[in-house]
Structures are given as C-alpha cells and as structure tokens.
Design a binder for this molecule. Structure first.
Ligand SMILES: [Zn+2]
Ligand SMILES: [Zn+2]
Length: 218
C-alpha cells in the first residue's frame, strides 16, 4: 500500500485510515511531537557554502553560509526517508518548523526550496514542504523560484565526483523580484546543488544569504 495516496486526505480522515505516531517517543495520534523533533536536532557550527570551512569565511567574505540540523544518521536520517518515501507531508512541515525554532530567523525576503528533479515520481517536493514549515514559524514566504533546466539524473545515481561538477546552468530561475534568499533542502551532501542554486539566483539579480538543510551527509 502506498502511504502517499493518503497524504492529501484531510487530517482527521487520514488518522482513521493511517494511524500515525511520533517517531521519537511513540505518542499515538500525532505525526510527530514538535518538542521531540526539536530534540533530535544537533546543529554543527555554520559552514561556508563555498569551501566547507567555518562561516563567516575569511577566504570568501559575504559567501552564503550553510546551516544544518545535524549529521544524516540515526533518527534524523529515518525521518528524511519517511518524508521522501512514506508520503508524510505533515511530518515535513513539522521538521521545517523544528528547524525554524532551533535557528534564528534569517534576514531574508523569501525561502526558496531546491526543486524536485523532473523525473522524480514523488507526489510532493520534500524541500518545499520543509520550507513551508520554516516559513510558518518565521513568517517568511516560501516560493518555488527555481526549476531544473533540463533532464537531470537523480543525485543518488551519480558518482560523487560527477555531483561536484554539477553544470552551473543546471538550474533556472523564474523571473521576478527575488531579493534576499534562504535556500532550503532536506539533505546537503556535497553542497553542489546549493552552490548551483546560489549562483543561479545571483545571476538573476537576487542574493543568497544562506542555506538551511535538515541534515548533512558526507
Ligand atoms: Zn514525541
Ligand atoms: Zn569559504
């Protein structure tokens, strides 16, 4: 049975069809307790998005920072898998809200999620759902300003070395006023997609202040 089929049902009905429980404490009837999700976050120090060193970076003044909710392992990894493959959109919003409770509100005009790859079969973009959750707590709008410019292989199919060389034109930015941007994604691996997104937004007249992802892999 595909849990994703139920992701659009009203909450009350979904509860009857698909009883849910907090993945941390096991409380029944909630997708996750907000305080439990906050507790599993272990944010490391800010990184420079360009070089992976500390932020603010002496070598890259003004470069976007990267903040993450912790390493991509244990419960944090389990939640990403549930979000991606279990069709639990509400869980994603809770995860985004938890990130926004842990980190200070950034000085940005808009939250921009990394887009879903065009060939993805998922019913929703997990990065968008996370951004919606963050936006709700911070009161900052989330907007899907980026799209992949052509057919892209999914990251998991690619070799790490290839991923680092992501084509600078792989993403396209929709036209319009952009301003200061916080990028959002579920997992940061090499950071190449986020760097590509930051460059794309810069060339469209906007400015990426930082990127926030649920977890950090590699
Ligand atoms: Zn709980
Ligand atoms: Zn740097």
């Amino acid at each position: 049975m595909n849990a994703g089929l139920f992701s659009d049902l009203p909450g009350a009905l979904a509860h009857l069809v698909w009883p849910c429980s907090c993945p941390v404490c096991g409380a029944v009837g909630v997708v996750a307790c907000p305080e439990c999700i906050v507790k599993i976050l272990e944010p490391p120090l800010d990184e420079c998005l360009l070089c992976g060193g500390g932020a603010p970076c002496a070598s890259h003044p003004g470069a976007p920072w990267l903040r993450t909710g912790g390493s991509h392992e244990g419960v944090r990894r389990d939640l990403v898998l549930r979000l991606k493959y279990g069709g639990e959109r509400r869980l994603g919003r809770e995860m985004g809200e938890a990130l926004a409770r842990v980190f200070p509100k950034p000085e940005v005009d808009v939250l921009v999620p990394v887009p879903l790859h065009s060939e993805s079969k998922r019913l929703y973009n997990q990065a968008s759902v996370l951004a919606e959750g963050m936006g709700r707590i911070w009161d900052i709008p989330a907007a899907r300003l980026l799209e992949w410019s052509g057919r892209q292989e999914t990251q998991t199919k690619k070799h790490a070395a290839q991923r680092r060389k992501l084509d600078a034109n792989a993403l396209r930015c929709r036209k319009g006023a952009i301003g200061r941007v916080l990028l959002g994604d579920d997992v940061c691996t090499t950071g190449s997609t986020l760097r590509c997104a930051a460059e794309c937004i810069r060339s469209s007249g906007g400015r990426v202040i930082g990127a926030l992802t649920w977890s950090r892999s590699g």
